[in-house]
Design a protein around this ligand. Structure first.
Ligand code: SAH
Length: 240
């Protein structure tokens, strides 16, 4: 059996009981090194298959081989495996093989970041990844504009990397065509890992704050979002 397991954003406290039990029961734990290191110390001795970044297809192909050989293998993703994680690819690669795949959800970065920043996701929101490795920048721009037209709260994953440091600034420039420069926003970096940091500021400021990288999740408010007591709040509409 293949399990695709979301381990939550960082430390072991953010993993679900179901995910931890499944990890304990598997013969092999497979994943990107950083994620394997987050769970390793909490599991009995196992066969850990550690992979570098960008080896996702190989990881799934190997998982299929192990499973066909009768092993229970856990493919781990940070956050939730079904949110820019390994779940979809694993299902695609196993198509037609008859292999059983169980997907165990985890707490995704949007929810974790939302909780740290306050309650910005109380009303409709979208997540948009700014990684243009597999989605063209043209489509990403369209999605950013459409999300603004719908006045969604926007949660940005993969906001910037060494290879594409400009994507975040370019995205903010699109958002600023629709949203006020004063729109409340926040970022959280390294959620539930060492050196977690967060800040709340305006859209105009976050564009050039210089703190946004691959380890960061950014939340941009909608037209109703406001800051109170250092927290972001998007009212759901209760009359109080
Ligand atoms: N499957 C993951 C997302 C993987 S995409 C999930 O559900 O959370 C990778 C992006 O997720 C990062 O670029 C960042 O935007 C966000 N992310 C994942 N873990 C994070 C963490 N611990 N702190 C901040 N952002 C995180």
């Amino acid at each position: 059996m293949i399990y695709v397991i979301g381990i939550g954003p960082g430390d072991i406290k953010g993993i679900t009981i179901e995910a931890l039990e499944a990890l304990k029961s598997c013969d092999i734990i497979s994943g990107y090194k950083v994620y394997v290191d987050l769970v390793k110390d909490f599991l009995p001795p196992k066969n850990f298959e550690v992979y570098p970044m960008k080896s996702e297809i190989k990881r799934c192909q190997d998982a299929l081989k192990f499973s066909l050989a009768g092993k229970d293998i856990a493919l781990i993703s940070s956050g939730d495996g079904g949110v820019y994680g390994m779940a979809g690819l694993m299902l695609e690669i196993a198509e037609g093989t008859g292999q059983e795949i169980k997907i165990i959800p985890g707490v995704t970065a949007a929810n974790s970041a939302g909780a740290i920043l306050g309650a910005p996701l109380m009303n409709d929101y979208v997540t948009i990844s700014l990684s243009d490795l597999m989605t063209s920048w043209e489509i990403i721009e369209k999605r950013l504009s459409a999300a603004c037209e719908g006045d969604f709260v926007i949660c940005l994953y993969n906001p910037a990397s060494h290879h594409r440091p400009e994507n975040f600034k370019k995205a903010c420039e699109i958002l600023l065509k629709y949203k006020s420069p004063e729109t409340p926003c926040g970022y959280v970096r390294n959620i539930k890992r060492s050196e977690e940091t967060h800040e709340i500021m305006t859209l105009e400021k976050i564009k050039t704050c210089g703190k946004i990288d691959m380890l960061t999740t950014v939340i941009i408010g909608n037209s109703q979002t406001y800051i109170s007591n250092g927290k972001l709040i998007t009212p759901r509409g209760y009359k109080i």
